[in-house]
Design a protein. Structure first.
Length: 265
């Protein structure tokens, strides 16, 4: 069953469910490209690894439930006058959640020249942690981005998240809720960006290869639709509730009409 939305489904942006979507979308992109690339090239999935600790601003989107739980299970007690408090000989312990260091793995797709075993193109799908200012995930992502942009590899960046800090020069572009950025080696520092609005179909993205070889074509909407169907999102998403993050007023009215027409509200 397809998503009720014509393009990106805003209910799939929830940070709590994003890791599952991210993994499935990355593997679907790999499969879609390998059907076109063989035998001269192939697509593989690689991980970018970083450490997130309790001081990481990105923890709120890595493990949002842990922080909420820690607050809700410790309701404030009654105020005790200082003289009465001093009469208590021993303080009683309370149970808390300790946020330990986590090794975070974020997958990307690399297109490889099969004969030379060289990376031709790097394709990243942004996660919420990549868009939190000063988060470990954003720092790791920016380092990888700078490394690729200084190399002989092409760069493709797919941002399907409305929330967080934009990593493209959005102020120089038409308004968009989502963005795709393609940076070809031979055209840097110039690149091409697709600003995409929520009601629009996701684009067919050209994936650049070696000079002289035609671009591969990544139908991003088709890839997302296949992930939605394969993961049975129609059984897990509650379209009667509001998405996370919430929609602006005009989009909320549009989404409400759309979902009512499809019998989902």
């Amino acid at each position: 069953m397809p998503s009720p939305f014509p393009g990106m489904d805003p209910y799939m942006e929830d940070p709590a469910g994003w890791p599952n979507l991210h993994v499935n979308l990355i593997t679907e992109i790999q499969a879609a490209l390998n059907r076109q690339l063989r035998p001269k090239y192939y697509a593989r999935v690689e991980d970018r690894v970083y450490i997130s600790d309790q001081d990481d601003p990105g923890r709120r989107v890595i493990a949002p439930d842990v922080r909420v739980l820690a607050r809700e299970e410790q309701p404030p007690g009654p105020w005790v006058p200082l003289d009465d408090a001093a009469a208590v000989a021993v303080a009683e312990p309370v149970e808390v959640v300790t946020l330990i260091e986590d090794e975070i793995r974020e997958a990307r797709v690399e297109v490889i020249d099969a004969s030379l075993r060289q990376v031709v193109t790097v394709i990243e799908v942004l996660s919420p942690t990549n868009k939190v200012p000063s988060a470990r995930g954003q720092q790791s992502y920016r380092r990888k981005r700078a490394e690729v942009l200084a190399s002989d590899s092409h760069w493709v960046e797919i941002d399907l998240l409305r929330d967080g800090e934009r990593l493209v020069a959005a102020e120089l572009l038409p308004y968009g809720d989502y963005f795709v950025h393609v940076s070809r080696v031979e055209r840097r520092p110039s690149g091409k960006v697709w600003p995409i609005r929520l009601p629009q179909r996701l684009p067919v993205v050209p994936i650049p290869l070696r000079t002289g070889d035609a671009d591969a074509k990544l139908d991003l909407q088709q890839a997302l639709n296949r992930v939605y169907d394969r993961s049975s999102y129609d059984l897990t998403i509650d379209y009667g509730s509001e998405p996370v993050p919430p929609l602006p007023r005009e989009y909320a009215r549009w989404a409400d009409r759309l979902l009512r027409e499809k019998g989902l509200r």
